[in-house]
Design a protein around this ligand. Structure first.
Ligand SMILES: Cc1cc2nc3c(=O)[nH]c(=O)nc-3n(C[C@H](O)[C@H](O)[C@H](O)COP(=O)(O)O)c2cc1C
Length: 210
């Protein structure tokens, strides 16, 4: 593998910063939106169930309606689009759609498919904390990739946990199957992100065990 690939990735992750001021009235072309979401969809997920959905809000009136729900964070109005990333509490329902094409094309043995279908059914039989944890875990991986994918084609983002969950669910008619995980604005930066720091490696790494 070429070393330059690593360098490009390094640059991408260093340059992704949370931007909160965006050029107003800019529309992201549909092809670019799709390109970003397609790249984000390459994220890994448990059993490849792809426990995510993304609501894309671009309509100016709809963005304004999100302002109070997003604790009056102005970026939801100014940015080109707002992504609302949802986690799937019933991701086991994706089993057939995800895996059967592989069975039909001869890539996945039938027995492997049957085992996955059995295991996921078992895991999701109880709609409990586990399905919620999985929804958040897997949708967060998708969200991270969304930010990097956006940056890779020149857009900035800010991930947002500061929003009112119930009013959001009501406003966007989010079905019970899905849980809002994150809001994210995307657009062209009009001013730089704040300077931020990271903990030292010593603060983060525990060698072998605590
Ligand atoms: C889960 C999550 C929730 C966040 N919520 C908000 C938010 O509501 N508003 C905001 O301005 N930034 C929010 N941020 C952005 C963080 O403040 C930011 O990522 C952090 O300060 C590091 O800065 P950087 O992203 O520029 O490296 C959130 C980030 C994450 C990951």
């Amino acid at each position: 593998m070429q070393k330059s690939t690593t360098l490009q990735f390094d640059q991408l992750v260093r340059e992704r910063k949370s931007v909160r001021e965006f050029q107003k009235h800019h529309m992201i072309p549909q092809e670019e939106l799709h390109e970003i979401i397609r790249m984000a969809q390459t994220a890994p997920s448990a059993w490849n169930l792809q426990h995510w959905k993304v609501i894309v809000v671009q309509d100016p009136e709809q963005k304004r309606a999100l302002l109070p729900i997003a604790n009056n964070q102005q970026q939801v109005v100014d940015a080109s689009a707002v992504f609302i990333i949802l986690g799937d509490l019933e991701a086991n329902k994706n089993v057939e759609k995800v895996h059967l094409p592989l069975v039909h094309s001869g890539v996945m043995p039938k027995e492997v498919y049957s085992q996955i279908a059995k295991d996921t059914e078992e895991e999701y039989k109880l709609r409990n904390y586990k399905s919620r944890d999985s929804a958040f875990l897997n949708a967060s991986l998708f969200s991270m990739q969304l930010m990097l994918a956006a940056k890779s084609i020149g857009y900035d983002t800010v991930p947002m946990g500061g929003f009112q969950v119930d009013p959001l669910i009501e406003k966007l008619h989010i079905p019970k199957r899905f849980v809002p995980v994150m809001m994210m604005t995307i657009g062209i930066a009009s001013s730089s992100a704040y300077t931020t720091t990271r903990l030292s490696l010593d603060d983060v790494i525990i060698h072998e065990s605590f």
